[in-house]
Design a binder for this molecule. Sequence first.
Ligand code: SAM
Length: 188
Amino acid sequence: MKDLKQGVDFSHNLIKEHINKGAKVIDATVGNGHDTQFLAEVVGAKGFVWGFDVQESALEAAKNRLQENELSERVKLIHAGHEKMQDYISENVDGILFNLGYLPGSNKEIITTVDTTLQAVKSGLELLAVGGLMIVVVYLGHEGGKKEQQALLDYAKKLDEKKYNVLHYRFINQSSQPPQVLAIKKRN
Ligand code: SAM
């Protein structure tokens, strides 16, 4: 028997369904680079990934992971907050992935925050090409998680339905607080 997909797997499925080879995408929260590697594989040798994180040690781990998997040439890692993405990228992108919260096994005080996350989501939607997909994986278990989720939902609910498909994917009967997914597709 298969359970329904939890948030991270669901987000990866959406990416595989909507992001093609040769796509240009952003990993807004690189951490140790698991998602960056996944994105680099999805976009293939002709695609490109920009990755942002504020933690230098995490970026170093991600850099090693990409090197080991021979993916470095299609990825640019940037040591900066995702809220500054428009200072580094001026072209349209096909996909943007956020995996919020803190990096497991690392400093739990280095965490995404409401204001910078919202700013980054707004900047990201400006960079997103028509037909492009933004995914935000949201965690509620840590301090500030619920506030961040609420602010994101309040913002996303108001996006014009003619311009965006907005989806909120979550389990509603689990006592743990599994990650939720907010997916925003810019419509043609
Ligand atoms: N996707 C990562 C992976 O595959 O390992 C895990 C990401 S972790 C849940 C969240 C990351 O967001 C942390 O590495 C943290 O340093 C980073 N972060 C926090 N604030 C940030 C910001 N303003 N801009 C970019 N990254 C940020």
